[in-house]
Ligand binder design. Structure first.
Ligand code: HEM
Length: 516
């Protein structure tokens, strides 16, 4: 705590010096006129004094940060990295999504599954230990709380589940689960996803090369906006809205500098646009709730009916948050599945066989049922393995609410914890040959303690079942209708969110068979 205080004071001191320096330079002329002193002497005095103070402080910083942290507390062992920035750059260095990157790999081999480092001037404990990670997620709001950067709130909106706690959180979460997990929604939604997948696949018939990422983004966005704000894909505003969501998402992972043309200021502008559309739709629903047809039986209407006291701002934030959560994670999961299946023809073949044989259709108009979907055993294994190997959300950030003791370590109040999901997914003591895409491992294995793609504890993903169903339905239509191959080299990169730098360009070959 004392060192944190020292660090805080130091930052304030440096800030004051720099602000003071700027003011002093600006005022040199003024003081020379007022005092009659030589302006050159005056202008040298301040920088000299500043340089002396900075030199003294730099020595102090190396004293404060230069040592390994084992000596001063019972924090897990680890390297603090560079003064002030700590390991920030190493931690966020882009690396293939199916690996841990050099930094994490090295730290885990040096210090074990729980280690500490520094990130933006703060202590950061990183854990690949499934027991500790479960302990952290299951003690949310008791010993730990969500620790997202403050600018996330400005883009996503504060009336969003990740920023809520206590009773308000519990009420909103059970409301959200009531919508996403109701059997009625899931079965009706299954038919809608099938219809949409058919539409997309048909539109590909005239194309030979597609940018899979872009196509998937359009597909999942149209599904999300229809379910959540009742907009149909032919609505001209949908594409504008999708682009705004992409701009807003880009702002989450940049330095939050609100200067003209920075990604952050573009994200804030995009957020305002999104908010204005969602608010307009919500107000319209409020005025006409009794006249709404089935199509518009969306999340907005659900909130209005089931929680009449909810403010318009909270409805809009919750709705916007759901689209964020639904869109980017599901889209990248399917892109990853396409990439992995494309590299493993044996798994693609087996998946195709399962889709063809296991599900018997009496006539060509038969639709996939919830039971069919649940019986697609190999497909479920492909999804599990994609979520393990692709590491869509590499880590979850939490903060200790009080001093926390675990396995002999003490993490003081305010320590940032990263439960590293990717490190658990790529752990060779839990998964044999973890660096190989092997869906068959899931046929022989009960769910692993190390597998947590949807998080855990109270904050477990509200849309996990819907996401799995969407992925399965899309894959089924894709695999039965098309073969595909990469046009040029591309691979998933952790940046820190997972992306395909070239957008996953693929050549598609229709198989000449129609999905029932
Ligand atoms: C494969 C796709 C998906 C993955 C990998 C995924 C993963 C996750 C993870 C790891 C969390 C926990 C975050 C934390 O603890 O800090 C989470 C939370 C959440 N997810 Fe998902 N998600 C996916 C799809 C979806 C979909 C389709 C929806 C909505 C329909 C959704 C809605 C949510 C919501 C609302 C939360 C916040 C829960 C809370 O704070 O209590 N997710 N998701």
């Amino acid at each position: 705590m004392i060192r944190l205080q020292l660090f805080h004071n130091f930052l304030l001191y440096i800030y004051n010096i720099f602000v003071g320096q700027i003011k002093a330079t600006r005022n040199t002329l003024f003081w020379s006129v007022m005092t009659g002193a030589d302006p050159i002497v005056l202008s040298l005095a301040v920088p000299l004094a500043t340089a002396t103070v900075i030199a003294t402080l730099l020595v102090s910083i190396f004293w404060i940060y230069g040592r390994k942290n084992g000596a001063d507390s019972k924090l897990p062992p680890g390297d603090k990295g560079w003064p002030i920035v700590g390991s920030t750059f190493s931690l966020f260095k882009p690396h293939p999504a199916t690996t841990l990157g050099d930094f994490l790999h090295l730290q885990l081999s040096r210090y074990g599954k729980i280690f500490s480092t520094r990130y933006l001037g703060k202590t950061l404990v990183i854990s690949a230990d499934p027991d500790f990670n479960r302990f952290v997620l299951q003690n949310e709001m008791r010993l730990f709380q969500n620790d997202l950067p403050p600018h996330f709130k400005k883009i996503l909106g504060e009336g969003n589940l990740p920023f809520m706690a206590g009773e308000t959180y519990r009420n909103m979460k059970s409301l959200a689960l009531g919508f996403f997990n109701s059997w009625q929604i899931q079965t009706r939604f299954l038919a809608e996803v099938e219809e949409a997948a058919n539409r997309v696949m048909n539109s590909w018939r005239q194309k030979s090369v597609i940018l899979a990422n872009e196509e998937l983004s359009k597909f999942f966005f149209s599904l999300a906006v229809e379910k959540v704000i009742g907009m149909t894909p032919d609505d001209p505003e949908v594409e504008e809205l999708r682009k705004a969501f992409i701009a807003a998402n880009n702002g989450l992972y940049t330095v939050p500098l609100s200067l003209p043309f920075t990604p952050y200021s573009k994200a804030l502008k995009a957020r305002d646009f999104i908010y204005s559309i969602v608010k307009r739709e919500a107000e319209d629903r409020k005025l006409n709730s009794d006249k709404m047809d089935q199509k518009k039986n969306d999340l907005i209407l659900y909130y209005l009916k089931n929680n009449p006291s909810m403010s318009m701002k909270n409805i809009c934030d919750a709705v916007i948050g759901s689209i964020f959560a639904a869109l980017f994670n599901t889209q990248i999961s399917v892109a990853l599945a396409m990439y992995f299946l494309g590299q493993c023809p044996k798994s693609l073949q087996q998946l195709r066989e399962e889709f063809k044989q296991k599900i018997k259709y009496t006539d060509t108009t038969a639709k996939l049922t919830w039971d069919d979907y649940k019986n697609m055993e190999f497909c479920q294994s492909v999804i599990n393995e994609t979520l393990r190997f692709g590491n869509i959300i590499p880590g979850l950030w939490r903060k200790t609410l009080s001093d926390v003791n675990f396995k002999g370590y003490t993490m003081p109040q305010g320590t940032t914890i990263m439960t590293h999901i990717a490190a658990m997914h790529l752990d060779s003591s839990a998964f044999e040959n973890p660096n190989i895409f092997d869906p068959w491992r899931w046929l022989a294995m009960e769910k692993s303690n190390n597998w947590m793609p949807f998080g855990g504890g109270v904050r477990h993903c509200s849309g996990s079942e819907i996401a799995r169903m969407e992925i399965a339905v899309f894959l089924r239509h894709l695999v039965l209708n098309y073969d595909w191959e990469l046009v040029e080299h591309d691979q998933p990169v952790a940046f820190p969110f997972i992306t395909f730098p070239k957008g996953l360009p693929i050549r598609i070959h229709p198989l000449g068979e129609k999905t029932p």
